[in-house]
Design a protein around this ligand. Structure first.
Ligand SMILES: [Ca+2]
Ligand SMILES: [Ca+2]
Ligand SMILES: [Ca+2]
Length: 183
């Protein structure tokens, strides 16, 4: 094969293997849908800084089968984000129905009203009707509990995040959950 044709063939092969059009193939790309030439990953959770919904806290993407097994769940960029605001659960203690942008004691009141409830139910918060998944702040266990309270204490008096800047994070929901129309 002439050299030029060989170069073109190699280029086509690279494009086919990398959907964000830079050198890393999707199989090893920390951001397969967002251009991330440096592949930087500050919190070492294998989600690149350019597409991480919690930049400074490790929160790996869930498996491809997660939503089928957990239909209450919602993801952005393949990571847990059950209120689908672009901030992963693990860095987002700003809970539904509380005013302001900083996590306060009002959010703690909501979390306490969710204590002991199964994360798959919609019986949480002070109204007893909020999705409990949004209170699963440590993304661990089947209910809202002491681990989520411990995570909350790390987040109180802070804003949610930080997350990747200006990253379009696709929202994907299980069959019982939903995504906001505008992300
Ligand atoms: Ca990361
Ligand atoms: Ca992270
Ligand atoms: Ca969130």
């Amino acid at each position: 094969m002439p050299a030029r044709a060989a170069r073109a063939a190699r280029s086509r092969a690279r494009c086919a293997a990398s959907r964000d059009a830079h050198a890393a193939p999707d199989s090893s790309d920390s951001c397969p849908f967002t251009a991330s030439p440096s592949q930087a990953d500050t919190d070492h959770d294998r989600v690149g800084d350019a597409c991480d919904n919690c930049l400074s806290i490790a929160n790996p993407r869930v498996s491809l089968s997660f939503l089928a097994a957990n239909p209450w769940a919602t993801l952005t960029g393949g990571q847990r984000d059950d209120d689908h605001d672009g901030y992963g659960n693990i860095c987002d203690a700003k809970l539904e129905g509380t005013p302001g942008t900083i996590v306060t004691s009002l959010d703690l009141t909501q979390l306490r009203a969710a204590a002991g409830k199964p994360r798959a139910s919609d019986a949480c918060g002070s109204d007893g009707a909020s999705p409990c998944a949004t209170f699963d702040l440590n993304e661990t266990g089947t209910g809202v509990g002491s681990g989520d309270l411990a995570r909350f204490r790390e987040l109180i008096l802070k804003r949610p995040g930080p997350k990747c800047e200006a990253c379009p994070l696709a929202c994907v929901a299980g069959t019982d959950a939903s995504c906001a129309s505008a992300q």
